[in-house]
Design a protein around this ligand. Sequence first.
Ligand code: GAL
Length: 373
Amino acid sequence: MKLTLFTALFALIALATSAQTIRSGEIWPDTDGRHINAHGGGILRHGDTYYWFGEHKSDHTSNALVGVTCYASTDLTTWRNCGVALAVSDSAGSDIERGCIIERPKVIYNPQTGKFCMWFHLELKGQGYNAARFGVAVADAPEGPYRFLYSQRANAGRWPMEFDAEALAITDTLDIAHFQQWWTPAWHRAIGQGLFVKRDFEGGQMSRDMTLYVDDDGRAYHIFSSEDNLTLHIAELADDFLHHTGRYTRVAPAGHNEAPALFKHDGTYWMITSGCTGWEPNEARMFSAPSIWGPWTQHESPCIGPNANKTFGGQSTFVLEIKGETDADEPRFIFMADIWRPRHPSDARYIWLPIEFEAGKPVVKWRGGLTLQ
Ligand code: GAL
């Protein structure tokens, strides 16, 4: 009995101490003492509270058996489980039927409508990763409940905005039957010219790994891996933040980028991504641009230190901007990544590391502990 009391006391002290420091790669207990289950996540600040949305992962499958979870915090370190924000459906045939795949949910607030808008990567039940859709849900309160609205592929019937008359004339000449073999120089050139954009023009562009970004002027964007994960698309959202406007641009055609995370520092847009190796970690990539519409320039990985060439064992999911108390205070940025555990998905871990700027460029250095106060 004494021993049990002692153990409980120790656990409480350990919980209280660990609550002050974020320990990348370790179990991160919520206020109930349970490892946070919000993977591929993103964070929304509303009022004084931060809301962390992510994929609920089960012990034996990465398929969605529960839905999107939400946690709340005022210090970014101690998180309270607010439960399921978007629940999977039990109706057979629903786009979000239990057993589908829901990944990388992100929520933004629309000040014009007062609604919380959730976007996520959706794969239909039993179809592997073939559907390649985005899904949209909406709520009146940050923690939900979110009401599923629709899912589809992106920007059907629309060409990227940089495709002028000359570029469109080239797409007329592209015949997919001539490019059955991937990665040849001719195939590479054709991908750049829009071979797969043309292939998917009628049905809409593929939409997998994704994030959302709200710019200073209030415009919002959906950034996602498209064209068989070969090319990123950045698509503008309509005023309601629940649809695309049809304006979009392509980044790094045939560059094979996933897991995009976007932020802006001193007027420059930065994007951290990963390569495409499934649940296995690979080296992060980084891009910058003077405008959301580009041109996007690739840089070296921002990661420095042991295991940096594998993104410290993780894959990017979001960059959290912590605004200063006053406008004069510099914002801080946290690089958020997932260390996947595909054989025990719920045991996946989190990486939260500060982004520092050296010679104007973001760098991310490994540290076991991060104290935010
Ligand atoms: C990763 C992707 C994850 C998930 C996984 C499935 O590359 O970033 O979100 O889709 O592949 O293998």
